[in-house]
Design a protein around this ligand. Sequence first.
Ligand SMILES: *Cc1c(COP(=O)(O)O)cnc(C)c1O
Length: 495
Amino acid sequence: MKYISTRNASRAVSGSEAILMGISPEGGLFVPESFPQVTLAEIEAMGEMSYAERSATVMSRFLDEFTYEELLEIANRAYSRFDSEDTCPLTKIDDGAYVLELWHGPTYAFKDLALTVLPQLISACRKKRGEKGKTLVLVATSGDTGKAALEGFKDVDGTEIMVFYPDEGVSYMQKLQMITTGGNNTYVAGIKGNFDDAQTAVKKIFTDDGVRASLAKDGYVMSSANSINWGRLLPQIAYYFSSYADLLTSGEITLGDKIDFVVPTGNFGDILAGYYAMRMGLPVNKLVCASNINNVLTDFFNSGEYDATREFHKTISPSMDILISSNLERLLFEVVDRDDKALGSLMATLKETGKYKVDLVTLKRKIPMFAAGFADEDETMETIYNTFDEYGYVVDPHTSVAIAVYNDYYLTSGDQTPTVILSTASPYKFAQDVYEAVGENQEADPFKAVKKLHFLTGMEVPEGIDRLQTLEKRFSDVLAKDEIKQKVLSRVKGE
Ligand SMILES: *Cc1c(COP(=O)(O)O)cnc(C)c1O
């Protein structure tokens, strides 16, 4: 299996090269040359497998440089760090509505599904390619990727990791999780700006030949832990298959039935993995893209126009506060029939003008499985309350956005297909907002909010959240956007 760049389809690389490079030098993203097919019988057989086995089964279709056993070992190591035996438990909240909990990993957000795997993949790829020297992992984060990547790469031999988060744009717990990270190879800084600024700055460093050359002199190659990296997306495809297999095993659906997924979306990595699962043969009816009031994607799917030139809103679902969703590029590549020139020109227009337009009729014809909606801040708070009130089930604000959009979609479309709603973070990562929503009281102290939320709901507090109170804060840098590059260069010199 080869991978091609969305902006230069004649550049074909192996899976290990795609993972180690992160992004193609001309700025394109690597996509699989084709989608390997999984039969219904193979999906049914997943019902009998552990999550790690399901994951290895899916990954092995794409990474022919690895044996199934090698990938299984990686997956076993990754998912043994989860606090649920099921890894991603599926909870029925209503007839035909199921919540897929993707936050039982070490940092309590769905990013752990991929970031417990990626560092191992990178190490293994380097070994296979006989590469010496070190890997510098650069991460721009809207809150959850940063901590998940830090935990994944912390003290991994031959790697350095640097994480940049929007100083004013992440939750209290998210920030505390990052700045208390241990490890000798870790660095964390806030940046003055929002997530898009951080992501753009980091992407620019990746494609800067001067930086590349300078790092090479110090024995480093750069890689990315953002979902632009194929090694991030790949492990995410598995949970779409996994939830289908679970619904099958529990008799909620029969083999071949189509299901819907509702996905709280930011950088478009999570939902794209669902699209790839469908292209591999998973019976999917709709993929519903749920946004908060930074609803660029809702407008895109409904009008064909992608317009990032709008006000940026800070919300209570900060991991979705994104106006430039990087992974949409991979979907667009399919919309334009994998025409790298056409795609390149759309991306150039986006860079110059902050927007682009594709023909709506073409869009609906090429990707009819996508639907989209958004929830505002009040709806998000109300839905946290209603979900607890009606089902006794506590959700974080990102998941609440998805449930609110699901409710709207269900009412307006009449679509009766069984639906899996992806739950992307533990409510305790956003304890103050969740407590305010269900307890109808504000609590200014984040750790008191955790306690009160626990008392009110009986939901167990993750050990790692409690522990944050006592950990030393190790990082305090706040950088201007144009200081990031210098920081990267001096870091590898050990300054
Ligand atoms: C990252 C994140 C999202 C958005 O996922 P994308 O892959 O960026 O679309 C949603 N919810 C939470 C809690 C996240 O951390």
